[in-house]
Write a protein that binds this ligand. Sequence first.
Ligand code: G6P
Length: 364
Amino acid sequence: ARIEKGGHKHFMAKEIAEQPTVLADALAHYLNDGAITLPETTPDFAEVDRIVMVACGTAYYACATAKYWFEQLAGIPVEVDVASEYRYRDAPVGPKTLAIFVSQSGETADTLAALRHVATRARIVSVVNVPESSIARESDLALPIFAGAEIGVASTKAFTCQLLVLLLLALKAGRDRGRVTDEAMAGHMASLSSLPGLMAQALAASERIEETSVKLAEAQDILFLGRGSMFPLALEGALKLKEISYIHAEGYASGELKHGPIALIDRSVPVIVFAPRTALFDKTVSNMQEVMARGGKVVLVTDRLGAVEASEGCWQVIEMPTVPELIAPVLYAIPAQLLAYHTAVAKGTDVDQPRNLAKSVTVE
Ligand code: G6P
């Protein structure tokens, strides 16, 4: 079994470690001569006035992250919903609405039903790992993520590959709508090409994260905080942790802390803060200081400069490579995954087959 797992203890560890490779594969499929090459049937986003993104679980958090990209790069209004809600909502759909469905397996019952719910009214693009899947077949266009087989129930490499494909779509949207200049595009292309290397550097923090996780394994409750595109990542970090370590965890937008969850903070509650040194850094740091002032134990995940500026008073600091803001959520997925993984291993749970969960939920 170790061989199947490529020398790793669990499929999840193998799949986390594979991310630089699979992202490089996906990039090789979608970039040619420094330009994004998507199928000809990819919508012209100049003709799209609204995007609806629908998925479940981790794929839903990929959508929630992509919302920031579509808004920022292309100025398109985006609505994101979980499939189990969307399928029963009377959500208005206009003639220029594009519906995007994201699913690793392509077989999730709620996501498929949500797709069928709008199929006759909107153009459907799906982002899938299994090109022969039902969701892929029933879409106008299916974009594969090239993550390779994912065995661990907790999704890892599929998440970052979904993010990558959604980012490519958002960049194309920005081009189609004349909002991303040639110069800006060249910069984004350079960021994308640096991603596999940066992911490999992020993986080097695994031992450091393991030390922190051994301490986290004692906790009853853990909060995850982030702002901007780090907010959906905070939600994903909390989901990953609860799925496999069975520790109660919640993700929150840093600025929302004061409207409730701050009441939970005391010495027994670790608070993981995702804060690359980007535009919203100072805001996140001030929320982090509110946590520390109430005795909360902060685990700060940041880059070198962020660590220099904000480590004081933190319980643990995990350093990531410096990363362009646009791709930060892809990179910071690695510490989120590793924190969950090592905490689960420290607790001795069944990492690859957590209780009560299925890899693909094909019934409602
Ligand atoms: C299950 C899995 C999750 C996954 C979700 C959606 O809950 O345990 O890891 O994110 O389904 O699956 P899909 O195949 O549609 O991405």
